[in-house]
Design a protein around this ligand. Structure first.
Ligand code: GCO
Ligand code: MN
Ligand code: MN
Length: 388
């Protein structure tokens, strides 16, 4: 029996807003009391997390007085020192306040845009003060309900202008900081701009400092869009852009559920963990989820422990998959290459193209081969269900 207890090297992190989520929803009031940032750090220390992330206003209420700011920071720093937790990531709350009702960086109102940039500059300073090396941008309000209201092209330009501003700011301040953009298709807006990780990757390529900016894909967000999360993560990784990741779970086609990691689609979670471990992703495994509204704070601890435990179980299953002789033999067979096509494949040359055009292929014979994916998938299921 393997030890599934979380260790710092696993890089498990939670946001203050995740374990601090009071259980309210659009139809019901909070079911858990408010806890201070310091209290939440102790809770995370108790369950064995490595780090804690925050929005500016998770830590400091928006109208906190200078004295309150100092007191909260002091208490929070003490909790970090007592527990050994670190702050790998920080972000800005650009969605709760009514001023952001029609967006932050993409608002039609220049005053709102300027305020959003000012708030983010201050929030970046706060994150850096606590040691954050990754800064996440989630534009929850950057969208529309009616496309009569806003130019989709202007929205892209305004988002770009803001990101370029922050890159220059970080360079100017000599901050050791990279930016990670988080896509979501909808909720809270009817539609959000740059709705998927793929859109974000394309957007990043248009920035002045694309090397400073990557993505923060979230399981639930891509599942809401009905797409394969691991494929998006792989694309980000291959492009050198996987700067952070938000782990949770989600039934497609439903409201934003933020379920405990791996609790809905265990197979998708398995392929994701296997991918992250196989490529040796060394960033945070950030759980952006929250406990069911039915839970008290013991249930919140069960939730947090569950996220990490499931990750570690799936990591073990991935190692088992990689070591399984039958699976590896099937994979070797599927990927077999006798070299006969090498002259035709790879980089283009005019000779190669002519040779390839002259070659004849026995389509019927090639298509007859059974690929044994049914067997392979069942072996995967056997591993996942612990029957193998
Ligand atoms: C959501 C998002 C947020 C962001 C967070 C960090 O659906 O509400 O996932 O939780 O991840 O604001 O920027
Ligand atoms: Mn989310
Ligand atoms: Mn998220």
């Amino acid at each position: 029996m393997t030890d599934y207890s979380p260790k710092p090297e696993h890089r498990f992190t939670f946001g203050l807003w995740t374990v601090g989520n009071p259980g309210g929803d659009p139809f019901g009031y909070a079911t858990r009391e408010h806890k201070t940032p310091a209290e939440l750090v102790y809770l995370l220390g108790e369950v064995g997390a490595y780090g804690v992330n925050f929005h500016d206003n998770d830590l400091l209420p928006i109208d906190a007085s200078p004295a309150e700011v100092e007191a909260i920071k002091k208490e929070f720093s003490k909790a970090l020192a007592d527990t050994g937790l670190v702050v790998p990531m920080a972000t800005t709350d650009l969605f709760h306040e009514p001023i952001f009702k029609d967006g932050a960086f993409t608002s039609n109102d220049p005053k709102v845009r300027a305020y959003a940039i000012q708030k983010t500059l201050k929030a970046i300073d706060l994150g850096v003060e606590f040691g954050a090396k990754t800064y996440v941008f989630w534009g929850g309000r950057e969208g529309t309900e009616t496309d009569s209201s806003k130019s989709a092209i202007e929205a892209i330009k305004r988002n770009r202008e803001a990101m370029n501003f922050f890159c220059e700011y970080a360079l100017d301040k000599k901050y050791d900081l990279k930016f990670a953009l988080e896509a979501k298709p909808n909720e809270p807006r009817g539609d959000i701009y740059n709705p998927t990780t793929g859109h974000m990757l394309a957007f990043i390529a248009t920035l002045d400092h694309p090397e400073m900016v990557g993505v923060n894909p979230e399981v639930a967000h891509e599942h809401m869009a009905g797409i394969n999360f691991m494929h998006g993560v792989a694309q980000a990784w291959e492009a050198g852009k996987l700067f952070h990741i938000d782990l949770n779970d989600q039934y497609p086609g439903r409201y934003d559920q933020d379920l405990r990691f791996g609790s809905r689609d265990i197979k998708a979670a398995f392929y994701l963990v296997k991918f992250l471990e196989d490529v040796k992703y060394d960033g945070s495994r950030h759980f952006d989820a929250h406990a069911y509204r039915t839970e008290d704070f013991n249930g919140v601890k069960d939730f947090a422990r569950g996220c990490m435990r499931t990750y570690l179980i799936l990591k073990e299953k991935a190692a088992q998959f990689n070591a399984d002789k039958e699976i590896q033999a099937l994979l070797a067979e599927i990927n077999a290459d006798d070299g006969a096509m090498t002259p035709f494949l790879g980089k283009y040359s005019p000779e190669k193209a002519s040779a390839l055009k002259a070659e004849s292929f026995d389509r019927a014979a090639i298509s007859k081969r059974g690929l044994k994916y049914e067997r392979l998938d069942q072996l995967t299921i056997d591993i996942l269900t612990g029957t193998r």
